[in-house]
Ligand binder design. Structure first.
Ligand code: ADP
Length: 472
């Protein structure tokens, strides 16, 4: 089935709706017009009949001689009291006022005087109602009103006024024919305007889908949607999509950096291992040479194993595998024991201090918490100053567990601060020390895995404090 565009569908519904509203308004106006016209026609009819009945309708009180229907036929059409007719000749005008024909009958229904254009009304019985009545002849509706003459000499006579009701739908259209041209014109104009406006309003959506399609086809993540400053919902949507493209581009670049860094980190130890093996097999002269080559191979093996293990942890956390379930864990004791271990291996005279409550339990994964604390402690010792201090505190703040690791070492410069959370980032200063540049990214990932966060406060040459918050 052929798909219609949103622009077309919106315009169609809008025009249909507009047409319906116009028709409802038109019919309501016609109905209101008919009611008001009937009311004013009735009022005029009653007034003319009443004036005649009081002897004021005639020419200055005189009665005109009876006008025979046959005499007037040439001058006035048979059923005519409607707009299409010409006015009656001057001598009949006293009995034809405001399109109202006046007839005066004797009590027995014979003509007394007046204008008798409609034979059918001779058969209509006199009506004493105090308001005009409707009567139809050949599909035309007339209003008539009767009033009895009470004057002594004319007692028993009736004055009847008849007028044509002009306000049927057809008559209304006849007198307002231009509506039939103007209304369709207006609707056509609304359709064209609506089509154009809808197209304008929907253009940002077309831009979004075109840009997304271009990105899909070309793979060029730098493309962005042109966004106007209108500040409306669609420009907001465009901005949101652009922000999403920024994020996708950023993640894609980070992913590429990560793959290239990981392969680079693996290539170096593999190259060393191969070179050492070659040396051992071809050039080693003594047992000492062989041992030296083996030691070097072992060192690179550990490095590769550590790298692979760390990458595996990242993958497992990202995939949320069941490898790291959260359980109620006693953290105070665990933290104290890690501090004691680090005090044993801390070099350059660094003192490790630990401030923890007697007990503190939280829902964490023990293995990941240990990894997090180990990474922070390794850095505090690695980048701490000679004879300095690495201080650990563990506290509960409300519903959170707060772990801080502080050192008084080299600190981190302001421009480096945002970079230290990137995988494989190592500052130039740290190149001389061991490390992969994966410690802090892993800390961040572990904190996030627990629904917590990590941040750092640091000043160059003064030291750093890493603050981890985990939900208790
Ligand atoms: P690595 O320590 O293996 O280089 P990390 O991811 O743990 O990798 O740290 C990334 C970088 O952050 C380090 O190279 C170092 O420049 C900086 N850094 C981390 N911890 C500290 C610290 N306690 N003091 C000063 N710099 C730090």
């Amino acid at each position: 089935m052929k798909r219609r565009s949103l622009k077309w569908r919106l315009t169609r519904w809008f025009t249909l709706f507009l047409t319906l509203i116009s028709l409802v308004i038109l019919f309501t106006a016609a109905a209101a017009y008919r009611v008001s016209d009937l009311r004013s026609t009735s009022h005029d009819l009653m007034e003319v009949v009443h004036n005649h009945a009081r002897g004021m309708g005639g020419p200055k009180g005189q009665k005109s001689p009876p006008i025979d229907r046959n005499d007037t036929q040439s001058a006035l059409p048979q059923h005519g009291l409607d707009d299409s007719q010409s006015a009656p000749p001057q001598q009949d005008r006293d009995y034809f006022q405001d399109e109202i024909q006046v007839m005066v009958y004797h009590a027995d229904g014979t003509h007394a005087y007046g204008l008798f254009l409609l034979e059918a009304f001779d058969e209509v019985p006199f009506c004493e109602a105090d308001r005009p009545q409707e009567y139809s002849i050949d599909g035309k509706t007339y209003l008539y009103y009767d009033e009895a003459l009470k004057n002594a000499s004319e007692d028993g006579m009736w004055v009847r006024g008849v007028t044509y009701v002009r306000s049927s739908g057809l008559d209304l259209l006849r007198s307002h024919w231009y509506v039939l041209i103007v209304l369709p014109l207006l609707i056509a104009l609304a359709f064209a305007g609506g089509y154009w406006l809808t197209g304008r309003f929907l253009r940002p959506i077309q831009d979004i889908s075109r840009t997304a399609e271009e990105i899909r086809r070309s793979g060029d993540l730098t493309k962005r949607i042109p966004v106007s400053d209108a500040g409306d919902e669609l420009s907001e949507l465009g901005k949101t999509f652009n922000a999403m493209f920024d994020r996708v581009e950023e993640n894609f670049a980070a992913e590429q950096r990560f793959t290239s860094n990981a392969s680079h980190e693996l290539r170096t130890p593999v190259a060393v291992i191969m070179a050492q093996c070659e040396y051992a097999l071809e050039s080693a002269q003594s047992r000492e040479d062989l041992e030296e080559a083996l030691l070097s191979v072992q060192k690179q093996g550990y490095r590769m194993s550590h790298l692979i293990e760390t990458l595996l942890v990242f993958t497992r956390i990202e995939q949320s595998t069941e490898k790291y379930p959260l359980t109620e864990t006693e953290l105070a004791e665990l933290t104290r024991s890690v501090c004691e271990d680090f005090q044993l291996i801390a070099d350059r005279g660094i003192t490790v201090t630990c401030q923890c409550p007697e007990t503190l339990t939280a829902r964490v994964n023990r293995e990941l918490f240990l990894l997090l604390l180990n990474n922070l402690m390794t850095n505090a010792i690695r980048y701490g100053k000679e004879n300095g201090t690495a201080a650990v505190t563990l506290t509960r703040e409300g519903s959170e567990v707060v772990l801080t690791v502080t050192d008084d070492g080299v600190g981190i410069s302001e421009e480096e601060l945002p970079k230290i959370w990137e995988r494989f980032y190592r500052s130039d200063r740290s190149r001389s020390t061991r490390g992969l540049g994966l410690g802090l990214p892993l800390v961040k990932q572990i904190a996030a895995y627990h629904g917590g966060s990590v941040r750092v406060e640091s000043r160059e040459h003064q030291g750093s404090t890493f603050i981890v918050r985990l939900p208790g």
